[in-house]
Design a protein around this ligand. Structure first.
Ligand code: DQA
Length: 145
Protein backbone atom coordinates (compact mmCIF):
# COMPACT_ATOMS: atom_id res chain seq x y z
CA UNK A 1 0.00 0.00 0.00
CA UNK A 2 1.31 3.42 -0.99
CA UNK A 3 0.06 6.73 0.40
CA UNK A 4 1.00 10.09 -1.03
CA UNK A 5 1.35 13.11 1.27
CA UNK A 6 1.05 16.43 -0.56
CA UNK A 7 1.70 19.83 0.99
CA UNK A 8 0.90 23.24 -0.49
CA UNK A 9 2.42 26.72 -0.31
CA UNK A 10 4.34 28.06 2.70
CA UNK A 11 4.34 24.77 4.59
CA UNK A 12 8.11 24.62 4.00
CA UNK A 13 8.30 27.49 6.51
CA UNK A 14 6.78 25.51 9.38
CA UNK A 15 8.91 25.86 12.49
CA UNK A 16 9.36 29.61 12.11
CA UNK A 17 6.06 30.59 10.45
CA UNK A 18 3.49 31.91 12.95
CA UNK A 19 4.58 29.50 15.71
CA UNK A 20 1.68 30.72 17.88
CA UNK A 21 -0.62 29.00 15.35
CA UNK A 22 1.47 26.25 13.80
CA UNK A 23 3.92 25.48 16.61
CA UNK A 24 7.67 24.90 16.24
CA UNK A 25 7.40 21.62 14.38
CA UNK A 26 9.05 21.72 10.96
CA UNK A 27 7.77 19.96 7.83
CA UNK A 28 10.83 17.68 8.08
CA UNK A 29 9.75 16.75 11.65
CA UNK A 30 6.26 15.93 10.38
CA UNK A 31 7.66 13.84 7.54
CA UNK A 32 9.89 11.92 9.99
CA UNK A 33 6.98 11.13 12.33
CA UNK A 34 4.74 10.10 9.43
CA UNK A 35 7.54 7.87 8.02
CA UNK A 36 8.08 6.21 11.41
CA UNK A 37 4.36 5.49 11.82
CA UNK A 38 4.01 4.32 8.20
CA UNK A 39 6.96 1.97 8.62
CA UNK A 40 5.36 0.50 11.73
CA UNK A 41 2.18 -0.05 9.71
CA UNK A 42 4.09 -1.52 6.76
CA UNK A 43 2.91 1.26 4.46
CA UNK A 44 5.00 3.00 1.80
CA UNK A 45 4.73 6.77 1.72
CA UNK A 46 5.87 9.64 -0.45
CA UNK A 47 5.99 13.15 1.03
CA UNK A 48 6.14 16.32 -1.10
CA UNK A 49 5.68 20.08 -0.82
CA UNK A 50 5.23 22.77 -3.45
CA UNK A 51 4.53 26.49 -3.66
CA UNK A 52 2.80 26.03 -7.03
CA UNK A 53 -0.84 25.23 -7.73
CA UNK A 54 -0.05 23.70 -11.15
CA UNK A 55 2.56 21.39 -9.66
CA UNK A 56 0.10 20.21 -7.03
CA UNK A 57 -2.50 19.58 -9.76
CA UNK A 58 0.11 17.61 -11.76
CA UNK A 59 1.02 15.44 -8.76
CA UNK A 60 -2.66 14.66 -8.17
CA UNK A 61 -3.04 13.64 -11.86
CA UNK A 62 0.06 11.42 -11.73
CA UNK A 63 -1.21 9.61 -8.65
CA UNK A 64 -4.11 8.02 -10.55
CA UNK A 65 -3.96 4.25 -10.25
CA UNK A 66 -0.61 4.38 -8.42
CA UNK A 67 -1.53 5.22 -4.84
CA UNK A 68 -4.07 3.94 -2.37
CA UNK A 69 -4.92 7.43 -1.10
CA UNK A 70 -3.64 11.00 -0.84
CA UNK A 71 -3.31 12.92 2.42
CA UNK A 72 -3.48 16.55 1.35
CA UNK A 73 -2.67 19.76 3.17
CA UNK A 74 -3.38 22.19 0.33
CA UNK A 75 -2.61 25.12 2.71
CA UNK A 76 -3.89 28.43 1.29
CA UNK A 77 -4.99 26.70 -1.94
CA UNK A 78 -7.63 24.96 0.18
CA UNK A 79 -9.62 28.18 0.19
CA UNK A 80 -9.11 29.28 -3.41
CA UNK A 81 -8.37 26.48 -5.82
CA UNK A 82 -11.04 25.20 -8.19
CA UNK A 83 -8.16 23.58 -10.11
CA UNK A 84 -7.13 21.41 -7.14
CA UNK A 85 -10.77 20.51 -6.51
CA UNK A 86 -11.28 19.50 -10.16
CA UNK A 87 -8.06 17.45 -10.14
CA UNK A 88 -9.28 15.50 -7.10
CA UNK A 89 -12.60 14.83 -8.81
CA UNK A 90 -10.86 13.80 -12.05
CA UNK A 91 -8.50 11.15 -10.66
CA UNK A 92 -10.86 9.28 -8.37
CA UNK A 93 -8.14 8.68 -5.80
CA UNK A 94 -9.49 9.06 -2.27
CA UNK A 95 -8.18 12.25 -0.69
CA UNK A 96 -8.08 13.08 3.01
CA UNK A 97 -7.90 16.80 3.70
CA UNK A 98 -5.67 17.71 6.64
CA UNK A 99 -4.79 20.95 8.38
CA UNK A 100 -2.53 21.64 11.33
CA UNK A 101 -4.77 24.41 12.63
CA UNK A 102 -8.53 24.39 13.14
CA UNK A 103 -9.46 26.41 10.04
CA UNK A 104 -13.03 26.80 11.36
CA UNK A 105 -11.80 28.66 14.44
CA UNK A 106 -9.73 31.17 12.45
CA UNK A 107 -10.46 34.03 10.03
CA UNK A 108 -13.72 33.71 8.14
CA UNK A 109 -12.03 33.24 4.74
CA UNK A 110 -10.46 30.02 6.09
CA UNK A 111 -13.82 28.54 7.09
CA UNK A 112 -14.62 27.55 3.53
CA UNK A 113 -12.67 24.76 1.88
CA UNK A 114 -12.97 24.49 -1.91
CA UNK A 115 -11.91 20.85 -1.68
CA UNK A 116 -13.84 19.54 1.34
CA UNK A 117 -16.85 18.32 -0.65
CA UNK A 118 -14.68 16.20 -2.97
CA UNK A 119 -12.50 14.75 -0.21
CA UNK A 120 -13.34 11.69 1.89
CA UNK A 121 -13.13 13.75 5.01
CA UNK A 122 -11.33 16.53 6.80
CA UNK A 123 -8.99 16.47 9.82
CA UNK A 124 -8.13 19.89 11.23
CA UNK A 125 -6.72 21.34 14.40
CA UNK A 126 -4.45 18.64 15.79
CA UNK A 127 -1.06 19.95 14.67
CA UNK A 128 1.35 17.20 13.64
CA UNK A 129 -1.21 14.67 14.86
CA UNK A 130 -3.53 15.72 11.99
CA UNK A 131 -1.06 14.05 9.61
CA UNK A 132 -0.90 10.85 11.69
CA UNK A 133 -4.70 10.75 11.84
CA UNK A 134 -4.70 11.34 8.09
CA UNK A 135 -2.38 8.36 7.63
CA UNK A 136 -4.65 6.21 9.79
CA UNK A 137 -7.72 7.30 7.81
CA UNK A 138 -5.93 6.63 4.50
CA UNK A 139 -4.92 3.12 5.60
CA UNK A 140 -8.48 2.34 6.63
CA UNK A 141 -9.92 3.11 3.18
CA UNK A 142 -10.35 -0.23 1.49
CA UNK A 143 -12.02 0.43 -1.83
CA UNK A 144 -8.84 1.00 -3.85
CA UNK A 145 -5.82 -1.20 -4.70
C1 DQA B 1 -3.31 25.29 6.89
C2 DQA B 1 -4.47 26.29 7.09
C3 DQA B 1 -4.59 27.23 5.90
O1 DQA B 1 -5.65 28.15 6.11
C4 DQA B 1 -3.31 28.02 5.71
O2 DQA B 1 -3.39 28.82 4.56
C5 DQA B 1 -2.09 27.16 5.71
C6 DQA B 1 -2.01 26.02 6.63
C7 DQA B 1 -3.10 24.40 8.14
O3 DQA B 1 -2.43 23.37 8.01
O4 DQA B 1 -3.56 24.73 9.24
O5 DQA B 1 -1.12 27.45 5.01
O6 DQA B 1 -3.62 24.45 5.81
Amino acid sequence: MKILFLNGPNLNLLGTRQPEIYGRTTLADIERKVRDRAEALGVEIEFRQTQHEGELVGWIHQSKGLVHAIVLNAAALTHTSVAVRDAITAVQVPVIEVHLSNIHAREEFRHHSMIAAVCRGQIAGFGLESYLLGLQAAVSINDHP
